[in-house]
Design a protein around this ligand. Structure first.
Ligand code: FAD
Ligand code: 2HG
Ligand code: ZN
Length: 441
């Protein structure tokens, strides 16, 4: 993103949990701050030091420890790249329970530490459910071995949950045990062009009803986001005449047991959508082969890259009621216009896309540069808007360095107080990723 810059002088790349333990113990004794770092794809500056902390990069811990093809339980080093784990389990007819655009670089330890959501959450749920166990080096160097493979284990407090989404503030994750689902026998996708955002909600309802158990993703792309993705060569767009008058797009994926059955369901859905009295869509294009399937996904997954090519992005990853997605984008755009910033002082676009099925909107403001004037116009304006909808200021990217001051918009004073007590308990010297999630004391 080119937004966060650290001042670290030292990076260590340990190969085992024991080496991590020794490094952390050394740092604990000397009160040296540590920033655990995975693939460095996070969007809130969590993996970038604030001062001159030591960077502890997990990239050299990249071995699969075991895989059980019957249960689908995978145990891997935290530094394994998500895409390589996908490739590892594929020949066993399994998939990873999460998928996201950064899969070629992000690591499973980073995914767990940010509790990454992504494109499959609608179907397979969050990592709080898929992760069965963790191995963690605690801030004093002790190794907490909870690398269990049990599906059921109600033996008191479930400590591992604390590290899922802790963004490296409570310890370093060195190993992950997780449940991988069986590969679907057939996957299809279709891109739908909608005349109006008002159709998204009724569309979601109809799609859920008609596709039921085979629905695996329902992703939203507004017109500006779509145009940017096409402009910067991400995936294959629709023909110009097909998208005339389209205000937004929805990408639907199905994953099921029998190709003919699933295709029939998708075709029936398209027919319903196109032939009803007031059609919910202008057009729908079904992928016809694996290349087209990937190309449709590339269009959605490539928005982040397209945005980076277009300029500098102010990213707001928020949970708000589905019905307000368009309003939130429009209100932000009008707010910037009223401040004289839109198309005048560097702001180029305000776009919305994201995981409709999970109520997660990615609001991106694309500008020529990061400036204090734009930032001050956006914050706390957007956080107050989110709070007015009782939403979350971070749906899936975490708090990192970017949102520590905004935590209170989504968490009560009591919650923050107990978060601080937990941090103090695990990390009394405050060496573990200082200044992330919670403001420096
Ligand atoms: P990093 O960026 O290196 O670190 C992230 C945080 O985790 C930091 O606070 C770091 O200190 C901590 N951390 C990393 N490894 C460890 C460890 N082993 N132990 C303890 N702490 C650790 N996110 C989503 O949720 N959904 C998406 O759909 C999505 N799509 C993306 C698409 C693109 C193109 C990109 C670039 C990013 C996307 N992300 C998405 C952001 C997402 O947070 C990261 O991609 C990913 O989960 C972070 O993994 P990482 O290994 O890069 O972690
Ligand atoms: C996605 O869903 C990611 O594509 C990235 O979470 C979102 O770039 C963003 O704002
Ligand atoms: Zn996302």
């Amino acid at each position: 993103m080119g937004k966060y810059h650290g001042k670290a002088t030292t990076v260590v790349k340990p190969k085992t949990a024991e080496e991590v333990s020794k490094i952390v113990k050394h740092c604990c004794e000397r009160r040296i701050g540590i920033v655990p770092q995975g693939g460095n794809t996070g969007m809130v500056g969590g993996s970038v030091p604030i001062g001159n902390e030591l960077i502890l990069n997990l990239g050299s811990m990249s071995k699969v420890r075991s895989f059980d093809p019957v249960s689908g339980i995978l145990i891997a080093d935290a530094g394994c790249i998500l895409q390589s784990l996908m490739d590892y389990v594929a020949p066993h007819n399994h998939i990873m329970p999460l998928d996201l655009g950064g899969k070629g670089s992000c690591q499973i330890g980073g995914n767990v530490s940010t509790n990454a959501g992504g494109l499959r959450l609608l179907r397979y749920g969050s990592l709080h459910g898929s992760v069965l166990g963790l191995e963690v080096v605690l801030p004093d160097g002790t190794i907490l071995d909870q690398l269990t493979t049990l599906r059921k284990d109600n033996t008191g407090y479930d400590l591992k949950q604390l590290f899922i989404g802790a963004e490296g503030t409570l310890g370093v994750i060195t190993g992950v045990s997780l449940l991988t689902p069986p590969s679907p026998q057939a996957s299809n996708n279709v891109i739908l062009a909608l005349p109006s955002f008002d159709n998204v909600l009724p569309l979601f309802k109809t799609v859920k009803q008609q596709l039921s158990e085979i629905l695996s993703a329902f992703e939203f792309i507004d017109r500006t986001a779509y145009d940017l993705a096409v402009k910067h060569g991400q995936g294959r767009g629709l023909h110009d005449d097909e998208i005339k008058g389209a205000e937004c797009f929805v990408l639907v994926e199905t994953s099921g047991g029998r190709r003919e059955h699933d295709e029939q369901k998708l075709n029936d859905l398209l027919e319903t959508l196109l032939t009803s009295d007031e059609p919910l869509i202008n057009t729908g294009v079904l992928s016809q082969n694996p290349a087209q399937f990937s190309s449709l996904w590339a269009l959605r997954e490539g928005i982040t890259e397209a945005v980076s090519k277009e300029g500098k992005a102010y990213k707001y990853d928020i949970s708000v009621p589905l019905s307000t997605f368009k309003d939130v984008v429009d209100i932000t755009r009008e707010h910037l216009r009223s401040k004289g910033l839109l198309h005048e002082k560097g702001v180029k676009h305000v776009i919305g896309f994201g995981h409709v099925g999970d109520g997660n909107l990615h609001l991106n403001v694309v500008a020529d540069a990061y400036t204090l004037e734009i930032q001050n116009a956006l914050e706390p304006f957007i956080y107050e808007l989110v709070a007015s909808h009782k939403g979350s200021v971070s749906a899936e990217h975490g708090i990192g360095a970017m949102k520590t001051h905004a935590l209170h918009y989504s968490k009560s004073g009591v919650s923050i107080e107990w978060m601080k007590k937990l941090k103090q308990l695990f990390d009394p010297h405050g060496i573990m990723n200082p200044g992330k999630v919670l403001e420096m004391p």
